[in-house]
Design a protein around this ligand. Sequence first.
Ligand SMILES: [Zn+2]
Length: 298
Amino acid sequence: MPWFKRADKGIQTPTDQKKETPDGLWYKCPNCKTVTSMAEHRKNLSTCVQCDHHDRIGSKEYFAILFDDNDFTELDANLTSGDPLNFVDTKAYPQRIASTQKATGLKDAVRSAYGKINGQSITIACMDFAFIGGSMGSVVGEKIARAIDHARKTRTPFLMISKSGGARMMEAGFSLMQMAKTSAKLALLSEEKLPYISLLTDPTTGGVTASYAMLGDFNISEPGALIGFAGPRVIKETIGKDLPKGFQSAEFVLEHGFLDFIVDRKQLKNKLSELLSMVLLQEDITTAPKVKKVSKAS
Ligand SMILES: [Zn+2]
């Protein structure tokens, strides 16, 4: 026998009179459907308390997690994209940039900064998926190149946090050039014996995977992240075969030798500084290296 019985049948409430839970108070895990308060979810660094599903977060959150006391200095904060190709799809590219900037509060799909991580100086560039799918255009490439230059100038390790759908179509060839540019800068970083850690987060695909994301001295990832070059559908159609289970997940990629390790976001900061202290112990990087000078043929 129920406590309450609905006497009248077919009671209808107009939508505007329905009492809704205010948005943003609760978080429902897309993986295990566990519901937690948003405050609890944030405290857990946007990972599920039940199944450890890692939610996508942006540069603001990663900087807060990694930099000591969230204290950092941003580099090239006001660099924004031009429209070299006069590109128009459903709207003109400059309009798309302006509306995305307004919606996200970001200038482009990457932010770079320097500060300290457990007392160790570091330069970090972190991509934002919210900005046109974390697409790599000329601003992304230029900011990463400049961040690497900053790491070289200040002799600090460089951390790249990738999260991208690939190259930005609206800049076509200009986007693809960024792959070569960032790779060349990373080669200089390597020549000067400065450590480069690449953290691949969900998702890291396309031209980003094919350039700086896979060039780390250490390539690491968060659990469950999608990592690949082309999407599963394209590959399936190309090879005409079903893809193995777990294909393109961080765990699959680790098993096949493309990653060094997977790290839980809650251990990320300590694991990174542990790794850096081990690498830096080997060599005092704060002093200039003995780079072989190429002497001109006389
Ligand atoms: Zn969950």
